[in-house]
Design a protein around this ligand. Structure first.
Ligand code: MG
Length: 427
């Protein structure tokens, strides 16, 4: 307080308080939730929280989870009559009633719709409610812009790396599926690991790799890296399914290539537990950043990974982990422990994209990039207004300032994609 005296400072405060009191608007009537609706648009569970004051909040779950609709509506009775601008008080009612992927998605999408509403009610963009932005443009990485492949040999991976490098979005960071995360890559070499291939839910294979299998995966990555050079980062989505020693061998082979991160080597995707001890063994054995977290629900389940330094990068998906505030909390806690964050998001859709942009604007400096979601099917780009055009420029998205998430439905265009049972979604 060198410029003004304490007395002057107190006087300034008193004047400000008096002015604020005199200018105070009458308290806004309490806003109440009157309905929670869910329509499957494409395959995307889309959420609308309706209020008694003519404003609604929208959220969205991953675009291939239409089966979540009854799960979303299960929460309706908990929400009716609540004030949606008290986001945390509403979340205390429903947060306990969720689980690891895919069962945390409904709670997460509702949380995002609440922030959209709270922002609209306050007339401010969601990033302001998350603490304010620390960056005006946010980096997103390529997880979903893909091109048809002619095979699964190193030359084929080199070819698609070239196409992704030239993509119109101008990505500065690309993620590629390899190893057990890429069944086609593993099946291209007979006997790539010591077990039979499995069928069923995604990425079911697991086992010790053969020398041939390991060499093939390494060769595919080397081929991609050669094309991408030093200007575009390469991250690898690897599993789950690797044995710890294979994971270490692979990580060491990746060290000279300066790979941005190795994702989900041990657990991941739909594994309903993180297994921090095994991740830690891998992390302590290599200089390549080790990453996991897209399937995890709630901050409590990141505690071990973060406190034990089990990974170098966490990758919660806001649409699975419990929402935007949940992800922000994890990011801050990770930052306190020297751990980075790169939120997962490939299937989060266009409302999800908007949510990611607001969140990324407000995340601390341990933020790397979020995974860029696409409109799926393609006509989603016609039914959502408010996104920048083009959305990405040189791998970044400019943060916008409209209230809430700042995107709205073009109702006329969207209505024709509603199923008969969802006809009342916009009315
Ligand atoms: Mg992944």
């Amino acid at each position: 307080m060198s410029q003004i005296t304490r007395r002057e400072f107190a006087g300034t405060l008193a004047t400000a308080t008096t002015a604020a009191t005199l200018n105070a608007q009458p308290a806004r009537p309490r806003i109440k939730i009157t309905d929670l609706r869910c329509a499957i648009i494409g395959k995307s569970p889309t959420i609308r929280i309706v209020t008694d004051q003519g404003i609604s909040g929208f959220g969205q779950a991953e675009s291939y989870k239409p089966y979540l609709k009854p799960m979303v509506l299960f929460y309706k009775d908990y929400l009716i009559g609540e004030d949606p601008t008290d986001v945390e008080r509403v979340m205390l009612k429903i947060r306990r009633l969720g689980a690891f992927k895919p069962w945390g998605a409904a709670v997460s999408a509702i949380e995002i719709a609440l922030w959209d509403l709270a922002g609209k009610a306050a007339g401010v963009p969601v990033y302001k409610l998350l603490g304010g932005k620390i960056r005006d443009k946010v980096r997103a990485y390529n997880g979903g812009v893909r091109f048809p492949m002619t095979g699964n040999m190193p030359r084929d991976y080199a070819e698609i790396a070239g196409k992704m490098k030239d993509a119109k979005e101008g990505f500065t960071l690309i993620k590629q599926a390899v190893g057990f995360h890429n069944q086609a890559m593993m099946k291209a070499i007979p006997g790539a690991w010591y077990d039979d291939p499995r069928t069923g839910a995604s990425h079911p294979d697991r086992g010790l790799m053969t020398e041939r299998g390991m060499d093939h995966v390494v060769a595919c990555v080397e081929a991609m890296k050669k094309v991408l050079g030093k200007d575009i980062g390469l991250a690898l989505d690897c599993g789950p399914g690797w044995m710890v020693k294979d994971a270490i061998t692979f990580a060491k082979a990746m060290e000279p290539l300066h790979i941005t991160w190795l994702e989900d080597l041990i657990t991941g995707d739909y594994t309903p537990y993180p297994n921090a001890e095994l991740f830690r063994e891998v992390t302590m054995s290599t200089s390549v950043p080790i990453h996991t977290g897209e399937q995890i629900y709630l901050r409590q389940n990141f505690k071990d990974l973060i406190e034990k330094q089990a990974v170098n990068v966490v990758g919660p998906d806001p649409e699975d982990v419990g929402g935007l505030a949940e992800t922000k909390w994890i990011a801050e806690y990770a930052d306190l422990h020297g751990i980075l964050i790169a939120p997962h998001g490939i299937f989060d859709g266009l409302i999800g994209l908007a949510a990611h942009v607001h969140l990324a604007a407000a995340l601390p400096q341990n933020y790397i990039a979020f995974e860029y979601p696409l409109g799926q099917p393609e006509w989603w780009y016609q039914i959502i207004d408010g996104l920048p055009d083009p959305i990405m420029k040189q791998g970044f998205i400019d943060v916008w300032d409209k209230p809430g998430l700042g995107v709205t439905f073009n109702v006329r265009a969207a209505r024709k994609y509603l199923a008969e049972e969802d006809r009342g979604f916009f009315d």
